[in-house]
Design a protein around this ligand. Structure first.
Ligand code: NDP
Length: 324
């Protein structure tokens, strides 16, 4: 089968199309034929070496498709059934392996493409808005990169919970997308000061929570946008990793809270995983959650997908198509 592998860490040109045997599922795992692959920023961190992985490494952790083999001891799944997961071991491939405990069934009315487009970024937006800081009606949230994969979904879920949302984006075209997703106000942070926008949005007080997947370039401004005892959820490194900092800053800026959450800790049990995925699938069916697929690339075009994502040239979800 074809698989996109990294033999040496580095830029997007390190992605190779290799021909390798289809993997066999071990105990507790299942194998599926990949129908759609979700591209995520974390794939670029593993490719670049920011998050170390053993090499050679087949990239990708999000995909949906049809079960082709069950490892020993797997119950609750059948060959031929459609499944999706955010814990795939090598999703950039034609066949992939995943632990059964970290897999969900994809309902008939949800396509594999849609499942691969919503699971990882959608469950992330879900835990951020519902658990990391469980937004209440009338609370204010600053969502960075509001036209991105997580951003568009997070704006919509925050609005469902009754919050007021200020989104930041890198261009006027992205501003329009964030507005259409429900943002009450949008700041083009490449030319405007987003901290001033957050103060103006809250009559000077500061927002209750900042959801920051941008990282290094926004970290300090995010802290400065909060009200006393507000929370900064710094959950990604799109602009680079946040350097070490002195916790005294949190005290000086008004007893702030800081968390650095990861999806894995919020879907650690099969029940929690299924409940978050179920919420997303129901909201989609009810027309309450819109998933924007901004770009699709053939499997062999994975390097172009990475260049587009890292070059801020994408909106919503980026998919790879193994059949193309
Ligand atoms: P996005 O679709 O949001 O793409 C990243 C966006 O970040 C860009 O489109 C761009 O939007 C913005 N950005 C700002 N500065 C830069 C820069 N220097 N280089 C590149 N992009 C920049 O990606 P995802 O939705 O996949 O992920 C968003 C963030 O969430 C990532 O940091 C990712 O690692 C993190 N994440 C964390 C998870 C967790 O559980 N901790 C789970 C899932 C994702 P603009 O032009 O509008 O600024």
């Amino acid at each position: 089968m074809r698989a996109i592998r990294v033999h040496e860490t580095g830029g997007a040109d390190q992605l190779r199309v290799d021909d390798i045997p289809a993997p066999e599922p071990a105990a507790g795992e299942l194998r599926f034929r990949v129908e759609a692959i979700g591209v995520n920023f974390i794939d670029t961190y593993k490719r670049s070496g920011l998050y170390p992985v053993p090499l050679p490494h087949t990239l990708g952790q999000e995909a949906a498709g049809v079960v082709t083999a069950l490892g020993a001891g797997v119950s609750g799944f059948r060959v031929g059934e459609r499944v999706g997961s955010t814990a795939v071991q090598g999703a950039y491939a034609e066949e992939a392996i995943v632990p059964a405990a970290q897999t969900v069934k994809v309902p008939g009315h949800v396509s594999s493409e849609l499942a691969a487009a919503v699971l990882l970024q959608g469950m992330t937006a879900h835990y951020l808005a519902c658990d990391t800081w469980p937004l209440k009606p009338g609370e204010s949230a600053l969502v960075h990169a509001g036209a991105g994969g997580v951003g568009l979904l997070l704006i919509q879920i925050a609005k469902m919970r009754g919050a007021r949302v200020l989104a930041t984006v890198g261009s006027d075209e992205k501003a329009e997308l964030a507005r259409r997703a429900g943002a009450d106000a949008v700041c083009v942070y490449t030319r405007e000061d987003f901290t001033a926008a957050a103060r103006a949005f809250t009559s000077g007080r500061g927002v209750d929570v900042v959801y920051d997947g941008v990282g290094r370039s926004t970290f300090e401004g995010s802290l400065n946008s909060l009200r006393p005892r507000g929370l900064l959820a710094t959950f990604g490194n799109a602009s680079g990793a946040v350097p070490p900092f002195n916790p005294l800053l949190l005290s000086q800026k008004g007893s702030l809270y800081l968390t650095r959450p990861t999806l894995q800790a919020y879907i650690a049990t099969p029940d929690e995983l299924r409940s978050r995925a179920q919420d997303l699938f129901s909201w989609i069916t009810q027309g309450r959650l819109h998933v924007r697929i901004g770009a699709k690339f053939p499997l062999a075009g994975a390097a172009d997908a990475h260049r587009a994502l890292e070059g801020r040239a994408t909106t919503g979800k980026v998919l790879l198509e193994p059949a193309a």
